[in-house]
Design a protein around this ligand. Structure first.
Ligand code: NAP
Length: 247
C-alpha cells in the first residue's frame, strides 16, 4: 500500500491557523478533491473537526486518544497512526492518503512511513500560522512532477503542484535482481526484462538497468524519468505487467 501525503504549504511551511486554512485557493481545493476522491483519507482529530464531517466519496480514518470519539458508519476511529495504516492494509488498499494536520504529517515523516507527497507549494510567506509542515530532507526525495499555477483574480497567490517520491522506496532494478536471486521469482524477472527490452511498445531508449523498480504487496511500478508518467501508471502485478508488454 502506497502511503501518500497531500498538503498545501506556504514558503515558510505554514499550513493552518485556529484549526482552519490560511488561504482560499479554489483550484488547489479542486486538486485535493480529485486526488483524494474514492480513497481512504487518514487524519488527526483536529483536521477532521476542521472539515466538520466525513467528506463525500471518501472513507475517513480519524486518529484520536479520545475513546468516546465516534464517526458515522463506514468510517473509522483509531488510536494511533499505525492503527490507521492497519485499517488501510486490512481493506487491501493500493494507496492511502494522509491529509494532515501538522501532528500527523510530522509523525508519519519522522517514522519514515511516507512513500509519496503531493505538495501544493504556495509562492508566498504567510504570517500568523500556528501549524506548520515539518522540514524534510529534499535530497531523500525525487521531484517527479511540478505544475505551475499562476496567481489570478480567483487565486491570491501563485503555486505549484509538486509530486515527490521517496528515494528509499525506489530501488534500482539491480538491487531488486539481487533480492529476487533469493527467491524463485528470479526466472520470471529475467524473462520480463527480456520481454520488455524486445517489445515494440517499450520506449526506444529503454535501458533496464536505469529503471527504478518498486515491487511491493504484489504490485510492480517501474519508472524512468523521461517516461515517468507513462510507466509509473503501470501499477500492476508482475503477471499482468508481462502480459501488457508481450508482443
Ligand atoms: N494546509 C493543509 O494542507 C492542511 C491539511 C490538513 C490540516 N491543516 C491544518 O492543520 C491544522 C490541524 O493540525 P494539528 O497539528 O493542529 O492537528 P491534527 O494533526 O489534525 O490532529 C491532532 C490530534 O490528532 C490526535 N493525534 C495526533 N497524533 C496522535 C497519536 N500519535 N495517537 C493518537 N492520537 C493522535 C490527537 O487527537 P485528540 O486530541 O483527540 O487525542 C491530536 O490532538 C488546522 O489548522 C488545519 O486547518 C492544513
Amino acid at each position: 500500500m502506497i502511503r501518500t501525503i497531500v498538503v498545501a504549504t506556504s514558503r515558510n511551511r505554514a499550513i493552518g491557523k485556529d484549526n482552519d486554512l490560511l488561504w482560499h485557493l479554489p483550484d488547489d481545493f479542486k486538486f485535493f478533491k480529485e486526488t483524494t476522491k474514492n480513497h481512504h483519507i487518514l487524519m488527526g482529530r483536529k483536521t477532521y473537526q476542521s472539515l466538520g464531517k466525513p467528506l463525500p466519496k471518501r472513507v475517513s480514518i480519524v486518529i484520536t486518544r479520545n475513546t468516546e470519539f465516534a464517526l458515522p458508519e463506514g468510517h473509522h476511529v483509531v488510536s494511533s497512526l499505525e492503527g490507521a495504516l492497519a485499517v488501510g492494509e486490512q481493506a487491501g488498499l493500493d494507496e492511502i492518503m494522509i491529509i494532515g494536520g501538522g501532528k500527523i504529517y510530522k509523525e508519519s515523516l519522522d517514522k519514515d512511513l511516507v512513500d509519496k507527497m503531493y505538495i501544493t507549494e504556495i509562492d508566498a510567506n504567510i504570517d500568523g500560522a500556528d501549524t506548520f509542515f515539518p522540514e524534510f530532507d529534499k535530497s531523500e526525495w525525487t521531484e517527479a512532477e511540478r505544475i505551475h499555477h499562476p496567481a489570478d483574480e480567483r487565486h491570491q497567490y501563485a503555486f505549484d503542484f509538486v509530486t515527490y517520491t521517496n528515494k528509499k522506496q525506489n530501488r534500482s532494478i539491480l538491487d531488486w535482481r539481487e533480492e529476487l536471486a533469493e527467491s524463485n521469482e528470479l526466472l520470471d524477472f529475467q524473462e520480463f526484462v527480456q520481454t520488455c527490452s524486445n517489445s515494440s511498445e517499450t520506449p526506444q531508449n529503454w535501458n533496464a538497468d536505469r529503471f527504478i523498480a518498486e515491487y511491493r504487496d504484489g504490485y510492480l511500478t517501474l519508472s524512468d524519468d523521461p517516461y515517468y508518467d507513462v510507466i509509473a501508471s503501470l501499477n500492476m502485478s508482475l503477471d499482468s505487467f508481462k502480459k501488457h508488454f508481450s508482443k
